[in-house]
Structures are given as structure tokens and as C-alpha cells.
Design a protein around this ligand. Sequence first.
Ligand SMILES: [Zn+2]
Length: 365
Amino acid sequence: MPQRKTRRKQRSPYLFMALAVILLVVGLVIGSRAMNAWNAYTAAAAVTPTPSPTVRPIAVTQAPDLVTFTPPPTATPGPLSSGASGERVTQLQQRLKELGFYQGSVDGQFGSGTKSAVRAFQKQHGLDDDGIAGAKTLAVLYSDQAAAYQPTPTPKVDDTLAGDIPLLVNKWNKLPDDFVPADLVTIRDVAGDLLQYDDKTFQGVREAVDALVRMIQAAKADGITPWKVGGAYRTIKDQQRIFNNRVSRYMQNDSELTRSQAISRTRLTVADPGCSEHHTGLAFDLNVPNTEAFVDTAQYLWLNAHCWDYGFIMRYTDEKEDITGIIGEEWHVRYVGIDHAHKMRELDYCLEEYVEYLKQQLSNN
Ligand SMILES: [Zn+2]
């Protein structure tokens, strides 16, 4: 037994050292693997947050907001996006449906149909159309600023003077929301003091503005002056804002009025966005400074007799109200080019009739 004891005593330092070496080796292997994994992780982490400029950073921040759980009622309601579900989505769908943006079932599930509806709503209201119902979108959606869905049927046309047929814009021929005419210039940069302006930033399509300048120079040479520009190019967003503000004002002044009633009332005096000829950059409202009725002025008589020779037409007359859908506006001229203008005067056609006539001529040939 003592022998054994001695042998054990002799063996134990080696055993201890061997164990220590093994532990050290194992520790080093695990340690280096962990370092490799950590390095790989940090390298990946350094890359993923900035993948490419085309990826919206919002996609990263949105991830935690996918509503797989219902947030406590005291918390600020987060944005609603694809995959969300529950009472707030139901309310969202109901509201979008009421305004005509959503056709699907009100089931509280934020799917692709709901996303498309949110995007259409955002687009029509000048919001960032990301399809996510965030604070800004929800604020507009549940306010008086929310307008009913308006379809945009006609294709986008940039060159308002292109083609054989003059561009027709009216209640039945609506321009797309993103329509912008090509070659806009500031009228004052071209005409200077020849004209007065209700707004010095008024713009028009260059060719039409040049024709306007030649026309007013001729009037001035005939002793007919002064002239003032009261209206020119207007963006569709401008028109949307004007329209929405009017609807809101009617509803504020009369609490009994429904939204659709307020919209109908607004349409009596304000064109629907996309339906005003002022979006083309080819139409101008002319008047005489400090004069109420343009129709009683020498300027009007001169304009009515000579505008055709400069490529302009008197766009809205009382005689053609049934066809144009607009009451007589003797101050509103529209540029169509000299050939079209002469032909229209000869035929006594308004633009609606003339466009129809040209289409028939073209189909007969
Ligand atoms: Zn006008």
C-alpha cells in the first residue's frame, strides 16, 4: 500500500500537467473558433445595414412594427404595413373602402390588396407612396383632407403640342396625376413689362408664351393696352390642394353636409384635379387691371377678333356651354396653333367638336 501511495504521488503531477495541456489545447481551439465566428458576424453586421442605395432604409426600421402582437393601448400606435392584423387594420380597410380606394373584404388582415389601396391613397394625396400606413398617412386618412378615389384613365403626355389633334382636357378627359407639360417658361422672363401679372411666377409652354407675346404686341400696336395675366399654368397638385381646401371649408361651415355633398358643391366652381385646361401650360386668363367685367372692355373685343391669327381660340363661350361643360369664360384663351385656330373659327367649332371632327377626318383617310 505505501508503494502504491508513493506511485500515485509520483504519477499525479504528470496527470495534472497532461490535463492542463489538454484543457489549454481545447480552450485554444474553442477560443479561435469563437473568434472566427465573431469576426464573421461583425463583418456581416458591418455590411448588412447599408446594402445598396436602392433599398429603402425604412424597410429596416419597419421590421419590428409588423403587428404580430397587439401593442398596449397606452403606446403610440405604430405604422400599419403588410402582415399586420387586428382592429386597427379593420378600421383602415373600412375607411379606405368608404373613400373608394379599397375593394377587398374588411377582414382585418393587411394583405397586398390593402397595401395597393394605401399606395393609391398616398399617391392621390401627395404622400410618399410606400404602402405603409404610418402616422402621416393615417393623419390625412382620418381628416377632412381625405378625398374620394379619382381614377386616372388617360396616358401621361408631356409634349402638350405633339400630334395632329390638339390636346383636349375637360371633365371627361382627365390628365394623369403625374402629368407635367414639357418646355415650361416663366411668362415674365419672355414678356417683361409688356404684361402685368397677378403672379410674377406664372408659367406657360414656351411656344404658347411666344405666341401670347406676339399677340399682345400687336394689340398694343393697335392702341389696345394694358393687359394683365390672371391665370396660367397650374400643377395638378395645386389643383388638388385648391379642391381639397374648398371641400374642407364647405364641411366646416355646414356640419350637416356629407363629404360627397361638399364635393358636388365644390365642383360647381373648381375643376377636378387633372380636368383643368390650365394643367396643359397652353391656356391663359387675360384681363384688364382694375376692371371687373372683361367682356365690356376694348381688350376683349380686340382679342375676340384677332386671337385666331396668333394661334389662340376663345375656349369657353356661352353658346357652347352644353358641349364644353363650362360656362362662358371670355377671358380664357387656349393656344392650339394658327392652322387649327383658323379652321376652328371657320367651322365655328369648340375644341370638343373640333377634336371629334379631326378624328373622323383621320379615320376616313
Ligand atoms: Zn382659365
